[in-house]
Design a protein around this ligand. Sequence first.
Ligand code: AVJ
Length: 320
Amino acid sequence: ASAEIASDARVAEPAGSAEFAEAVLAGLAATPRSIPSRFLYDETGSALFEEITRLDEYYPTRTEIALLRAHGDEIARCVAEVDTLVEFGSGSSRKTRLLIEALDGLETYVPIDVSETFLAEAAEGLEADFDGLTVTPVVGDFTEPRDLEGVRADRPLGFFSGSTIGNLSHAEARRFLENAAELLGAEGSFLIGVDLQKSLDILIPAYDDPDGVTAAFSLNLLARINRELDGDFDTDRFAHRALYNAREGRIEIYLESLADQTVHVLGQRFTFAEGERIHTENSHKYTVEGFRGLASEAGWKPARVWTDEADLFSLHLLQA
Ligand code: AVJ
């Protein structure tokens, strides 16, 4: 059936540079200025994010991995008979492997991602390492409604790790959860990693580390514009800013101009006053009850939640 999936369920990879150009020109012309966070992840950005996940200050990755290690068997018991794992965004292979190991005897793994490169990485070695497992990658934007036409799944489990859902506004997150409910169907369940609200002493350094890895990750967006869109940003004259917006319950990330300056992108001129910002990312933090409420509104039944001892991070199991 995998040949069928290749022709039926795949959508074309978005024309990368045209989409990037359009978003950057529109985002720089808008008031306030903003560029969608998905453009942070070119090859350099993805490598820098990998480095972020290994920082002492960046607790989410290691905490979620510890939760999967500690509770994988219990999660597997809660979703007995699951035959297919559907991963939204081909996440970190360490987490995927931990979950597949726990879901002993899984038949099919379906990573969904816009990047063929990430999909190839996600699939790498899995069929060889897990007896009887078939990997059927699906190229596409996992935030859009789609079906798993061609993939035989009697009981699918969705997996959305890393608190990537935190990049979405509450309204977008609800819509995403509704789409996922439709995709996974009446026998579906969903395991989601969600970052928790916590003290700013922990939160701020996680998004503004003293070694400047997160700053480099942010500023790479300007370097990417220079590389791909004939830009002339002076990356030394912009600074990474991470602020907590208490009203929205989220980290907001900006690139702030350190001087009055003029920048060109694809022949267009943009002037910045000193202190003017480009909004590049939101990272929403939830309470356990807040996320369960959102999931309920989206039509899911919140089943179980696992958190670490310090209440840094949560893993939610939702049932159709
Ligand atoms: C990949 C969206 C989960 O919000 O923690 C980390 C992105 N940006 N440091 C997060 C991010 C800066 C990350 N997510």
